[in-house]
Design a protein around this ligand. Structure first.
Ligand code: HSE
Length: 438
C-alpha cells in the first residue's frame, strides 16, 4: 500500500490558494497528486473569506503548528518576505522535513545556508516556483543542462513589469492604472516596489546565476535599475529606432577565469532596448522568457506565464510531487541528495567591478539646438574610444533638442568617462535617459 504524503502550507494567499485548489482536485491529474494530502494550513486571519472550500480544521494562525505537525511531511512556504519565512524554512529542515518554496527573496540571500542545512538533514528544498512562475527553469538548469559550460543566462523574469511595459507600449495606458491591474490579477508582490524597482528580478537572476555557474554571488551587489524612472518618450524613440524596451536581467561569465580563483561573473538588471527581431522582443504581458547560452547546447529559450496563481501553483505542486515520488520510492524516506543544492559542490563566484561590464548603451541627452552639437558629442565618444552605432536628433524646438545615441559594445567604465565629458559640454543640459541595449 502506497503511503500518503502530508503537505503543510504556510500561507494561503494567491499562490497558496492555487496550490490548495490543485491538491483538493486531484481528478484527471497525475495519479501521484491523489497521494498528496493537505493536512495543515497557516494563515494570518482565520475569519477572512476564502474562494475555495477547505476541509474543516485545517487552518491555524500558528505557522509553527504546521512546521511541527508530525503528520506533515513536506512544508510549503508561500508567505513571501524574508522573516519569518527564512526561520520557518530552517526550522522545517531541522525537523527533518523537506521544503518547497516560491520565496526568491530568501533563496537569493540565504540559499547557501539553506542548502547546507538541507544537506546535513538529508532533506530537499525545491524552488521551481521562485523564478519564472510556471516556467520550468530551475530543474533544467540543475539537471537537464548540467553537462554544459553555461556562458550566459538572460531574460525577462518579472511578470508585473513586463505586463506594465506591454500595456503602456500598446495602449498608452497610464503607469499607475496598469500597476493596479497587475496587483488585482495577483502578479505583483505585496510591495510592488520590489517589481518596479527591479529588486524581484535581481533576486531571481541571482538564483539563476547560482544554478548556472555553480556558486552564489553577493545579492546586494547586483547592479539593479527598475522601470519606475523609465519615460514613455524613450519607449517611443526606441520603437522608432526598431527596438522594444524590456526589463532585462543578465548573468554572464567573464573572460579570464582561472581554475584556482573565484569565477568572475557579471550580473545586472536594467531596462534594455531589444531589437524587434530578437526572441525576447516578442515576450508580452505577464509572460517571462529565459535564454540560456552554453557549450555545447548553444542557445535554449524557456517561455511561459511568469506570475499569477495558476502558473506559480503549477510549479509548487511539481516540486511537491518530486519529493513525494522520492519518498515513496525510497524505503527509508531519504532519496539521494539533490546534487546541485548540496552545499559541498558549490564553487566560489564573484561579481566583477561594474566598470568592467560590457554591453551596448542607449542614452538621451537634452541639448541646445545649435550647430555642431552632434559633432561634439560624437567627438567625446570617439575620444574615449566608444564606438557609436547610431546618433539621432529628436524634437528640435526653440527650447532645445533631444539627441539619442546607441553605442556599440563597450565597458561601463569607458562609457562613464565619455558621459562625464559630454555632461561638461555647455550645450548639454543633462543626461535624460541611460538604458541598456541588446
Ligand atoms: N511579482 C512577481 C512577478 C511574481 O511579477 O513576476 C512572480 O515571482
Amino acid at each position: 500500500m502506497v503511503s500518503r504524503i502530508g503537505v503543510g502550507l504556510l500561507g494561503l494567499g494567491t499562490v497558496g490558494g492555487g496550490v490548495a485548489s490543485i491538491l483538493l482536485s486531484p481528478q484527471e491529474r497525475h495519479p501521484l497528486v491523489a497521494d498528496l494530502e493537505l493536512r495543515r494550513i497557516a494563515v494570518r486571519d482565520l475569519s477572512r473569506p476564502r474562494p475555495i472550500e477547505l476541509p474543516a480544521g485545517l487552518l491555524t494562525t500558528d505557522p509553527q503548528a504546521v512546521v511541527l505537525d508530525p503528520s506533515v511531511d513536506v512544508v510549503v512556504e508561500v508567505i513571501g518576505g524574508i522573516e519569518p519565512a527564512r526561520s520557518l524554512i530552517m526550522q522545517a529542515i531541522k525537523t527533518g522535513k523537506s521544503v518547497v518554496t516560491a520565496n526568491k527573496a530568501v533563496i537569493a540571500r540565504h540559499g547557501q545556508e539553506i542548502a547546507q542545512a538541507a544537506a546535513e538533514a538529508g532533506v530537499y528544498v525545491l524552488i521551481e516556483a521562485a523564478v519564472g512562475g510556471g516556467i520550468p527553469i530551475i530543474e533544467p538548469l540543475k539537471q537537464s543542462l548540467g553537462g554544459n559550460r553555461i556562458d550566459r543566462v538572460s531574460g525577462i523574469i518579472n511578470g508585473t513589469t513586463n505586463y506594465i511595459l506591454t500595456r503602456m507600449a500598446n495602449e498608452g495606458v497610464a503607469y499607475a492604472e496598469v500597476l493596479a491591474e497587475a496587483q488585482r490579477l495577483g502578479y505583483a508582490e505585496a510591495d510592488p516596489a520590489a517589481d518596479v524597482d527591479g529588486l524581484d528580478a535581481a533576486d531571481k537572476i541571482a538564483i539563476l546565476s547560482t544554478l548556472a555557474f555553480g556558486g552564489a554571488v553577493d545579492r546586494s551587489a547586483v547592479p539593479t535599475d527598475g522601470i519606475s524612472q523609465l519615460q514613455g518618450r524613450d519607449v517611443e524613440y526606441a520603437n522608432q529606432l526598431g527596438y522594444g524596451v524590456k526589463l532585462l536581467a543578465v548573468a554572464e561569465r567573464m573572460e579570464g577565469a582561472s581554475s584556482d580563483a573565484p569565477l568572475p561573473l557579471s550580473l545586472r538588471v536594467q531596462p534594455t532596448l531589444v531589437p524587434k527581431d530578437h526572441p525576447l522582443a516578442g515576450v508580452h504581458g505577464v509572460n517571462n522568457a529565459i535564454l540560456v547560452e552554453g557549450d555545447p547546447i548553444g542557445r535554449v529559450m524557456f517561455y511561459g506565464p511568469g506570475a499569477g496563481e495558476g502558473p506559480t501553483a503549477s510549479a509548487v505542486v511539481a516540486d511537491i510531487l518530486n519529493i513525494a515520488g522520492i519518498k515513496q520510492a525510497s524505503a527509508d524516506g531519504r532519496g539521494s541528495l539533490d546534487p546541485l543544492l548540496a552545499a559541498g559542490s558549490w564553487r566560489n563566484c564573484e561579481l566583477v567591478d561594474s566598470d568592467k561590464i560590457r554591453q551596448r548603451h542607449y542614452v538621451r541627452f537634452n541639448t541646445s539646438d545649435t550647430p555642431g552639437v552632434i559633432g561634439r558629442i560624437g567627438s567625446c565618444f570617439g575620444d574615449r574610444n566608444v564606438s557609436i552605432q547610431s546618433i539621432v536628433q529628436f524634437n528640435a524646438t526653440d527650447a532645445g533638442a533631444e539627441i539619442v545615441v546607441i553605442t556599440h559594445e563597450v565597458s561601463q567604465g569607458r562609457m562613464n568617462d565619455a558621459l562625464q565629458m559630454i555632461r561638461e559640454m555647455p550645450e548639454v543640459s543633462g543626461l535624460a535617459a541611460h538604458l541598456g541595449c541588446l
